[in-house]
Design a protein around this ligand. Structure first.
Ligand code: PMP
Length: 387
């Protein structure tokens, strides 16, 4: 078989070859049952085995304490933008948000439908450089100024996005953030952290034990679209507003073991295969090593080049999503050419998000160092040709 092209998509994105192969082999007959996972009752013995193993493996991968529940939901991270406030705001009817890019901006906007939302730090303002305007999250130094934040002690939670997939802005030191919140909140009140970790969950060890809730769409580092991972500290259950649909009420979901309604069975099965693969590879610690090496290779190349640029503040550069621009490409035509020629060279999905322009390479767990090396080689060639 000829090698498949390298897929740099931001999500849904590349899956481990081994996962695809196992899924293909088991498509028509899961382990001698004579049925496909697609055809199984979610309450039958066979699916329950898949389901329970996936939970056990995810708990192990995340080193999750017992006082956290895992819920397998639907509706994506966008759904959580409404589901979180409906479940957590409770009588306090207020929450604080950090806006570090377009995903957390959407989260804050949606939460405003359910209560009083204060944005503590925002990257939303526009900056100018070289006569061009960029949204400030292209650099986002704002999160570094956490000392200025005024967390309201009566807020039900503080929400942030740990990796902005479009802007390529990552904040992974959750413990430091939790410490700052305690220090900054008036009276040292305990305001739980709520994290949208859609695009960096499972890419490195993350301090979930310092949070109240973590959610993530599965379609990047955990398999297929359609499944939303929700990890909640159990003491935050039981607060849903009456307006919350029962199927999205964390308490009802937890009581029904994620089967209040039919869960996304096939996406759970694929996530289970990914979790198994991750454990075999050495877990999130091993992923961190690989992801550090992959992202360093690309950043180092970009930084030594005068032809390409990544504008994210050095302390907040994402290891998962690396946007980059050409330093001279006034009408965008050279970027277009880059993406086209890269595709012909077997490097897919490098077009930047429509709001950011330029290029973006997403380096999720399933993408090996070899793929990043191929990208860097291509970038070097392209620079020689057009630089
Ligand atoms: N948050 C982040 C950080 C994301 O990357 C995305 C999707 N790319 C979303 C939220 C929205 O997720 P979904 O489309 O699964 O609802």
């Amino acid at each position: 078989m000829t090698r498949r092209p390298w897929n740099f998509s931001a999500g849904p994105s590349a899956l481990p070859q081994q996962v695809l192969q196992t899924a293909a082999e088991q498509m028509q007959d899961w382990q001698g049952t004579g049925v496909s996972v697609l055809e199984m009752s979610h309450r039958g013995n066979a699916f329950m085995q898949i389901f329970e193993q996936a939970q056990i493996d995810l708990r192990r991968l995340l080193d999750l304490p017992q006082d956290y529940a895992i819920l397998f939901g639907t509706g994506g991270a966008i759904g959580q933008n409404a589901i979180v406030p409906m479940n957590l705001m409770g009588k306090k009817a207020q929450a604080d948000y950090i806006v570090s890019g377009s995903w957390s901006e959407k989260s804050a906007q949606q939460a405003g439908c359910y209560g009083d939302v204060r944005i503590l730090a925002s990257s939303g303002k526009v900056l100018e450089q070289d006569g061009k305007q960029y949204p400030a999250w292209a650099w986002f130094p704002g999160i570094a100024d956490a000392d200025d934040w005024q967390v309201r002690p009566d807020s039900a939670y503080l929400h942030f996005c740990s990796n902005e997939t479009i802007g390529g802005v990552e904040f992974a030191d959750w413990a430091a953030l939790a410490d700052r919140i305690t220090a900054q909140s008036v009276g040292g009140a305990d305001v739980p952290l709520v994290v949208d970790a859609s695009s960096n969950i499972l890419s490195r060890p993350l301090d979930i034990a310092r949070t109240g809730l973590v959610y993530a769409g599965a379609q990047k580092n955990a398999g297929a679209a359609g499944l939303t991972l929700i990890i909640i500290r159990r003491d935050l259950l039981g607060r849903a507003l009456p307006v919350c649909p029962f199927g999205f009420d964390y308490t009802k979901m937890e009581q029904a073991q994620s089967m209040y309604n039919t869960p996304p069975t096939y996406a759970i099965y694929i996530a289970g295969l990914v979790f198994r693969w991750l454990l075999e590879q050495g877990g999130v610690e091993a992923m961190e090593q690989r992801n550090r090496a992959k992202s360093r290779l690309l950043y180092n190349f970009i930084d030594q080049s005068g032809f390409y640029v990544n504008r994210v503040h050095a302390g907040f550069r994402s290891r998962m999503n690396i946007p980059f621009q050409l330093t001279a490409d006034a009408d965008g035509s050279l970027s277009k050419r880059f993406v086209q020629q890269a595709e012909q060279a077997g490097l897919l999905e490098l077009k930047g998000h429509r709001s950011a322009g330029g290029m973006r390479a997403s380096l999720y767990n399933a993408l090996p160092l070899q793929a990043v090396q191929a990208l860097v080689d291509f970038m070097q060639e392209f620079e020689k040709r057009y630089g």
